[in-house]
Design a protein around this ligand. Sequence first.
Ligand SMILES: NC(=O)C1=CN([C@@H]2O[C@H](COP(=O)(O)OP(=O)(O)OC[C@H]3O[C@@H](n4cnc5c(N)ncnc54)[C@H](OP(=O)(O)O)[C@@H]3O)[C@@H](O)[C@H]2O)C=CC1
Ligand SMILES: O=C[C@H](O)[C@@H](O)[C@@H](O)[C@H](O)C(=O)O
Length: 337
Amino acid sequence: MNPALANFILGKTPDSILHPTPTMDTPLQLNTGASIPALGLGTWQSPKGEVKKAVIHAIEGGYRHIDCAFCYQNEDEVGEALEDVISRGVVKREDLFITSKLWCTFHKRPEEGLQKSLDLLKTSYVDLYLMHWPVPMNPEGNHFLFPKLPDGSRDLDHSTNHIETWKGLEKLIKDHPDKVKAIGVANYSVKYLEKLLPQATIVPAVNQIENHPLLPQQEIVDFCKQKGIHVTAYSPLGSTGSPLLKDEAVNEIAKKHSVGPGTVLLSYHLARDSSVLAKSVTPSRIDENRKLISLDNDDLEKLASVSKKHGFTRFVYPAFGVNAGFPDKPEGVDMSG
Ligand SMILES: NC(=O)C1=CN([C@@H]2O[C@H](COP(=O)(O)OP(=O)(O)OC[C@H]3O[C@@H](n4cnc5c(N)ncnc54)[C@H](OP(=O)(O)O)[C@@H]3O)[C@@H](O)[C@H]2O)C=CC1
Ligand SMILES: O=C[C@H](O)[C@@H](O)[C@@H](O)[C@H](O)C(=O)O
């Protein structure tokens, strides 16, 4: 039977009224008063020679949110793409939402880090500037992005901490409101936020975290919601090679809604009031990833069962050797401040 007719007979409010179908442009509110589009194009590991075409394709197809970072080492090509679409009148700069991130070796130099990204991206401002990881690394080490000690471990900067970095970002937005519209964090656990918030004069607008059915991070999502911090989910497909597209429960839900498994994995975050970033340099996938649906409670329960059945999997965990406060990764040195 048609679900709408069934609901009518049962006297139930259809899910479509309770949860209107989200789109990639559904604006989600930030604590700054601005909004962030529900779906963003990721650019991590998007190779040079491909990322420009990918960003142009995405924007021509309606994407308005692009996630970038200095450490991705491809912001120059993203900038060429932005210049291209803006100069051709495909989109106006003010209709785009561009995120960049302060890399770990720049924690003591936020103004320099921001200016480098602005120059590469060929834009006068970013909509959101995130502290990429709450882990300062030696700015004068043996590599400008990934300095290492002789034993091969990452060269951390113990003379400062993420709280000092945040204060630098607060100063940055106060001094340069024309260059950065909102500041936020990434890869923050509840433990780190609990250390940061009492010392912050600006509550981060966003916490960008790894999030998918194998790593629901419900405690962080709930904590952020309570504090007015918007969550953006990264690696929704399981990162490189998109392993989560094969998950059995995800595929059952996809079949039920007659959509692909990617639609389920991306829509999961909208059901939790988060925005989501999907990376692809493949035009057909960039298009496919635009499709979002509203999931119902049965779907969400089934997705919650995925990590209960298989345990937690964190796909992105760089070898900082730092305990970032994530319950699933208790090892490493404490840099929480
Ligand atoms: N703040 C942080 O520390 C982090 C932020 N991020 C951000 O989040 C973004 C997304 O996360 P990411 O880790 O890249 O991983 P995703 O979960 O977005 O997965 C990307 C992978 O999935 C493939 N893929 C994409 N769409 C499809 C599709 N429809 N069908 C089949 N395969 C598909 C891509 O291949 P292909 O490109 O070849 O098509 C690529 O291999 C990043 O790019 C980055 O912008 C990510 C990690 C950490
Ligand atoms: O944003 C993506 C990730 O955080 C990525 O920037 C890091 O994993 C980085 O490659 C590292 O090795 O520290």
